[in-house]
Design a protein around this ligand. Structure first.
Ligand code: ZN
Length: 298
């Protein structure tokens, strides 16, 4: 009887209104990618409990990485660089999810050959050094990757996924077994240099979620003054490096083919380029071509 009551209470709390925000913009001003409503499906009605768990998981990951000397120190130039880029993107996150104003953002770099990055719900970001070195990312491209991962967290893709699977097995999952899915860890983390990272359960996002994360990514980047065309360069680079290695990069194995993403980004470039030009204070028609950096494709 007690279990039944518990279930009903959880279900009642599970359905909360999704957040949809449209920022007021003077007419005629470029306004980037339009914000759509998020799914109304929500589980883990207790945001504080969820926040605590996410925080704990992230700090466990960091401390295990530190023990294995895989946590890059805070004064390392690449950590400073990642944090500087995050600082420019973060002010625009609330457009996509007003709750982000209360997130405790963190950015860390894990020393691993993996071409990977993720953002947990609540704004806890980690990059693997492999994505910076193997893809020789420019700042614009880092902003695109970071914006994409932040996009998954902002749009609560992990939560939505968990909510859908939860519907059939709510109580059992909430007992702890399904908790790791809540991390919203984006790409496959198997074979990671850190055990902690490997232990994180993988969450595969749908194609729609990937597209939305791409759109949030180019929108955040453009507002922060990073060239959204870097998104196209990034996926081209990812494909070239994969081909050179004779096997797909881990990031690609969980992310649908570059070609369709590039097409989708190109389709929306006209919406974000004027926003980027405004951020840079230049005429949209006078933007120089995007310049990427070379990568070793062997
Ligand atoms: Zn993704």
């Amino acid at each position: 009887m007690k279990t039944v009551k518990h279930t009903i209470a959880l279900l009642a709390l599970a359905v909360c209104a999704g957040a949809g925000a449209a920022s007021a913009q003077p007419q005629g001003e470029p306004d980037g990618i339009p914000v759509t409503r998020m799914s109304r499906m929500r589980v883990f009605s207790d945001p504080q409990q969820f926040e605590q768990q996410s925080k704990l998981q992230y700090s466990q990951l960091l401390s295990e990485a530190q023990q294995k000397q895989a946590l890059v120190p805070a004064n390392h130039p690449q950590v400073l660089r990642l944090r500087a880029i995050a600082k420019r993107l973060i002010p625009y996150a609330t457009r996509w999810n007003p709750e982000a104003a209360r997130w405790q953002w963190e950015v860390n770099l894990l020393n691993s050959k993996q071409v990977n990055a993720f953002c947990m719900p609540g704004g806890r970001i980690a990059f693997f050094s492999g994505i910076l070195t193997q893809l020789n990312l420019t700042d614009d491209e880092v902003a695109i990757v970071m914006g994409h991962e932040i996009g998954h967290a902002l749009r609560e893709h992990g939560r939505e996924r968990a909510a859908k699977s939860e519907a059939t097995n709510l109580v059992g999952k909430l007992a702890g077994a399904g908790l790791s899915a809540w991390l919203g860890v984006d790409p496959r983390l198997t074979g990671a240099a850190t055990n902690a990272a490997a232990q994180l359960t993988v969450l595969h996002f749908s194609r729609e979620e990937e597209t939305e994360a791409d759109m949030v990514g180019i929108d955040l980047a453009a507002r922060a003054g990073y060239d959204p065309r870097a998104g196209i360069a990034l996926w081209e680079k990812m494909g070239a490096v994969s081909q050179g290695q004779g096997q797909p990069l881990p990031f690609l194995s969980t992310h649908p083919s570059g070609d369709s993403r590039i097409a989708e980004m190109n389709k929306n470039m006209a919406l974000v380029l004027p926003v980027y030009a405004r951020a840079k204070g230049v005429n949209p028609n006078a933007l120089p071509a995007y310049r990427t950096s070379a990568v070793a494709t062997r």
